[in-house]
Each structure stands twice: as structure tokens, then as C-alpha cells.
Design a protein around this ligand. Structure first.
Ligand SMILES: NC(=O)c1ccc[n+]([C@@H]2O[C@H](COP(=O)([O-])OP(=O)(O)OC[C@H]3O[C@@H](n4cnc5c(N)ncnc54)[C@H](OP(=O)(O)O)[C@@H]3O)[C@@H](O)[C@H]2O)c1
Length: 337
């Protein structure tokens, strides 16, 4: 397999750093690595395959000769620079929200819609929102079996979902509180996160829903090719370092029992069933961090469903930096080589 020149836009952040690890672990054919970040990082290095590689300033010309760009920066940086990379012939797999809902940009979870990767007329492929990926990996196989009609989701999202600043802020708050101090000014969260929950991720948009909650609805519809599916989501930031968790109630066209669901999920790609209440076995974020599977458990009948047979409730957890971002992007890039 011919080696590729691979740039990471945002190579010094949480997702970019994880991408470096994923490229190594998955033995991606990187002929040359081009780590890019802001002026703040010029002079720093990133570690790749046992070597320190200098970080370069992200600018249009930095993409000359690049085959694949893995985007791990914010929306504005992606909007400004990825079209420049695409113009120079690189195919970009982007983690930001900038292009996800554009009609001519595929939005891909390889376990669900890998076939969409092929048609990328703008040389941009989008990686979905992390909570969307973690929720859909176990939901989609159930949809294939029983026809999804409606989803009600509550998310419990880790501090590192807000990047390196989120991770370091939760560490700081935890340390200060343990030492008996005052948390003081909080950043990037609007409130103290340690010993707390914050029921807001992203800004408030339509009908008092946040941008994160609407991503779950709109991105899910696009990925599953289900434009009519009804989704209601509440996204909550929790004082967990890593791995998002979700409580999901899914209503289907046809009956599906918890046992059938467990059987389907046991052989579904990217999923591990951890579901034995008698042994107190269920997914937890500490167990799902630093690996790529979405764990699913607490699979049960939805007691509130009128017919009692077409609706299931379950709980899932997955590492949002790996499967929710870096691994998913590298998986997409593997289809490009
Ligand atoms: N964290 C997650 O769990 C997660 C999951 C899914 C998707 N995402 C998305 O992935 C992207 C990266 O998130 P993150 O969590 O890794 O954030 P992060 O830790 O804050 O890292 C941001 C990266 O972007 C770079 N950057 C910032 N401004 C730049 C500029 N003007 N030009 C070039 N590079 C710039 C930073 O470089 P410097 O170090 O030089 O500032 C850093 O490498 C975001 O779009 C985010 O929404 C994140």
C-alpha cells in the first residue's frame, strides 16, 4: 500500500493527540506526518512512531503535497483552512461541526454508512458529533432489525469533550476542592463542574434546545438516512474525565424484546454487550475509556410504552475521544487508501 502524506490540523489538542496514537496503533500507511496547529504551538513537537516531529503553523500553503488531512480544530479554523487543503488535492476528514450538515459532504460512522464515503465531491468528509457516534453505534443495528421511529436520549458527557481546556479545568477544580480551596473563576465551563452537573452543552438554539442536542437529532437523521426519525435529547456535562454515557429509549415500528436486542448487539460491529444486572455488570465510563468499543447494557422493556413491546431502554458508554472522534476519523481515512 502506497504511503500517504497525512496532515493533522489541530495536532496538539485532545483529539489531534489521540489521532497520532490511532494512526500508529492501526498501522496507517503514513509516509510523512505534517502536524499543524496555531502560532502558540510553533516550536513544540509531537511524538509519532518514536520521533519528535516539529509542529508547523496551520496555513493554506502548509497543505501543499498533503494527501489526507485529519481535522481536529474548531469550526472557524476548519472553515478557513480545510477548503484550502481540498483545493490543493487533499481529502479532509473533519471533526468540527463546520461541514457536517452540508448536502455535498458525507457524514460518516463507518459501522453505519461507510458507503457514503465514496461520494465526497468537495474533498471533505465529516466526522459526526461525539455523543451522536456513541449513541448511534448500538442504536443502528436495532433499527435494522425493528425500524426506528423515535429516540429519547439523555447524555452524560465527559469534561474532555470540551477539549484540553475542559480536561485541565476538571483536574484543577478537583485538586483545589480536595485541598479545601475555592474553585474561583471557571473556564471553559459556565459553572463549577467538579461535584456538579451542567445541563447545557453548546449555546441555546431552537425551542430552548442547545446546539449539542440539535446535533444529535440532525446528524442522526443524516447518518442513518432517516430524515423523519423523531429525536428528543438532553445533553449534560458531568464531572467525568473521559467517555460519554447515554440513556436511550428507542421506539420501533416492530416488536423487539430485550433478549433479541442483546443477541443483535452481541454480533454488531463496534459494540460490546455488558449487561448482567445480577452480577452488577453494566457499562461505566471508567471501563470504556482508552479503547474503541461502545459498551451497551441495562437493556430493558420501556415500561411507559403503550403497547409494551415496540420500545426499549438501554444505557451505553464509549470513549468520545477515540470512537467519538479520532478512531472514527482514522477508520474513514482507511477507506481512502
Ligand atoms: N474533545 C472531544 O471529545 C471531541 C470529540 C469529537 C469532536 N471534537 C471536535 O474536535 C475538534 C478538536 O477538539 P479538541 O477537543 O481536540 O480541542 P482542543 O483540545 O482544544 O484542541 C484544539 C486544537 O486546535 C488547534 N487550534 C486552535 N486554534 C487554531 C488556529 N487558529 N489554527 C490552527 N489550529 C488551531 C489547537 O492548537 P494550539 O494547541 O496551538 O492552540 C489544538 O491543536 C473540535 O472541532 C471539537 O468540537 C472533540
Amino acid at each position: 500500500m502506497a504511503g500517504k502524506v497525512v496532515a493533522i490540523l489541530g495536532a496538539t489538542g485532545v483529539v489531534g493527540t489521540q489521532m497520532l496514537e490511532c494512526l500508529e496503533e492501526r498501522d496507517f500507511p503514513v509516509e510523512k506526518l505534517v502536524p499543524l496547529a496555531s502560532a502558540r504551538s510553533v516550536g513544540k513537537t509531537v511524538r509519532f512512531r518514536g520521533e519528535d516531529v516539529p509542529v508547523q503553523l496551520a496555513c493554506a500553503d502548509a497543505f501543499e503535497g498533503v494527501d489526507i488531512v485529519l481535522g481536529a480544530a474548531g469550526d472557524e479554523t476548519a472553515k478557513e483552512l480545510l477548503p484550502e487543503a481540498a483545493k490543493r488535492g487533499a481529502v479532509c476528514v473533519d471533526n468540527s461541526h463546520a461541514f457536517r450538515l452540508d448536502e455535498d459532504v458525507p457524514l460518516v460512522v463507518p459501522e453505519i454508512n461507510a458507503a457514503d464515503i465514496e461520494n465526497h465531491p468537495r474533498n471533505i468528509i465529516a466526522n459526526p458529533n461525539c455523543a451522536t457516534i456513541i449513541g448511534l453505534v448500538p442504536t443502528f443495528p436495532l433499527h435494522q432489525a425493528a425500524g426506528l421511529k423515535r429516540l429519547i436520549v439523555s447524555t452524560y458527557q465527559a469534561a474532555s469533550g470540551a477539549g484540553l481546556p475542559g480536561l485541565t479545568e476538571l483536574e484543577r477544580e478537583s485538586r483545589v476542592l480536595a485541598e479545601g480551596g475555592e474553585v474561583g473563576e471557571t473556564n471553559p465551563f459556565a459553572y463549577q463542574l467538579a461535584y456538579n452537573l451542567i445541563p447545557q452543552i453548546g449555546g441555546f438554539k431552537d425551542e430552548a434546545y442547545t446546539s449539542e442536542e440539535l446535533k444529535m437529532q440532525n446528524e442522526g437523521r443524516k447518518i442513518m438516512h432517516l430524515p423523519e426519525v423523531r429525536v428528543n435529547c438532553t445533553c449534560v456535562r458531568v464531572p467525568v474525565m473521559r467517555s460519554h454515557s447515554e440513556s436511550i429509549t428507542a421506539e420501533f415500528e416492530r416488536p423487539i424484546s430485550p433478549d433479541e436486542a442483546r443477541e443483535i448487539l452481541a454480533s454488531a460491529p463496534g459494540v460490546k454487550v455488558v449487561d448482567d444486572p445480577a452480577k452488577l455488570e453494566y457499562p461505566m465510563p471508567l471501563d470504556t475509556s482508552d479503547q474503541d468499543l461502545v459498551y451497551v447494557g441495562r437493556i430493558r422493556r420501556d415500561l411507559s410504552a403503550p403497547d409494551g413491546v415496540n420500545s426499549l431502554t438501554f444505557w451505553c458508554c464509549g470513549d468520545q475521544i477515540r470512537k467519538g472522534a479520532a478512531t472514527n476519523a482514522v477508520q474513514i481515512a482507511e477507506y481512502l487508501v
